[in-house]
Design a protein around this ligand. Structure first.
Ligand code: CU
Length: 279
């Protein structure tokens, strides 16, 4: 009994503190998804909540039916079994009602799918390339970019020193502006990786030789963390994604700095050498 109170208190605390959930990263004892910061992520969250109510109602209804059958139709309560095998009304009902539930679920689901898949006119295009085991990013030359860099996870000591989350913080963040449509071209350099940032509702396979595209737009500045979400080898767990969303002014200033910082030849050749067939 004494041992039980600790998890119970923790569970109650957890339920009372969704407001404390970390933005852009997982937090301890979090029950729900990370707070969404794009329209797509918000829609994913609300569809998830709708489905939760639907499946809860269905499960409770089925449970109720089972209990009813056990109580009313056991041998003691109902010694002479009914010979009833068909009931037209019932059969129509149990076909029609599930079909209507599916239609009800399909409407927000297809709406969300369209929002995710239909790429809006991009303001900025970046390329995210998954490697064993790090990411590299390429900024388009015609958008004041024309440079590329690698992004490696910080060691635990480095992350703690920089006051950043361990296993998520990286040396070079993907910096992008708020309020713009960002198109991310996702590629794999060696095996299949996956570019996933939960708060953006973004999850896209990085396949060698294939150009996949996804997009996001957020007005909330901050750092949002993601992880490679396709098993890609020994260090799969150690190639996080860190996206820093800044104001468009700060972004313009960062581009000038980054162009100087990442002007080295080696990262540029690495990206150019990729065996990529455009779609
Ligand atoms: Cu990977």
């Amino acid at each position: 009994m004494i041992r039980l109170w600790k998890p119970v208190v923790l569970l109650l605390l957890t339920m009372a503190m969704p407001a404390l959930a970390g933005n852009g990263q997982p937090s301890m004892w979090e029950m729900n998804m990370q707070p969404p910061v794009t329209e797509v992520a918000e829609d994913i969250y609300s569809l998830h909540n709708i489905l939760l109510w639907v499946i809860t109602a269905i499960s409770l209804f089925v449970l109720g039916l089972l209990v009813y059958v056990m109580v009313h139709f056991n041998e003691k309560a109902h010694p002479v079994p009914s010979k009833l095998t068909h009931h037209t009304g019932l059969e129509i009902a149990w076909t029609l009602i599930p079909a209507l539930i599916l239609v009800f679920v399909a409407i927000p689901s297809f709406r969300l799918l369209r929002l995710e898949v239909e790429l809006p006119k991009p303001d900025i295009t970046v390329k995210a390339i998954g490697h064993q085991w790090y990411w590299s990013y390429e900024y388009a030359a015609d958008q004041n970019g024309g440079f590329a860099f690698d992004s490696y996870m910080l060691s635990r000591e480095e992350a703690v020193k920089a006051n950043q989350p361990a296993l998520l913080a990286v040396d070079n963040e993907l910096v992008l502006p708020a309020g713009k449509n960002i198109l991310v071209q996702v590629l794999g350099a060696d095996v299949i990786h996956n570019f996933a940032v939960i708060s953006f509702g973004v999850r896209m396979d990085a396949v060698p030789g294939r150009l996949n595209q996804t997009w996001f737009k957020t007005d909330k500045e901050g750092v949002y963390y993601g992880q490679c979400s396709r098993l890609c080898g020994t260090n799969h767990a150690f190639m996080p994604i860190a996206v820093r969303i800044v104001s468009p002014e700060k972004y313009a200033a960062w581009l000038v700095e980054a162009k100087k910082k990442f002007a080295s030849a080696d990262s540029a050749t690495q990206v150019a050498a990729l065996p990529v067939a455009a779609q």
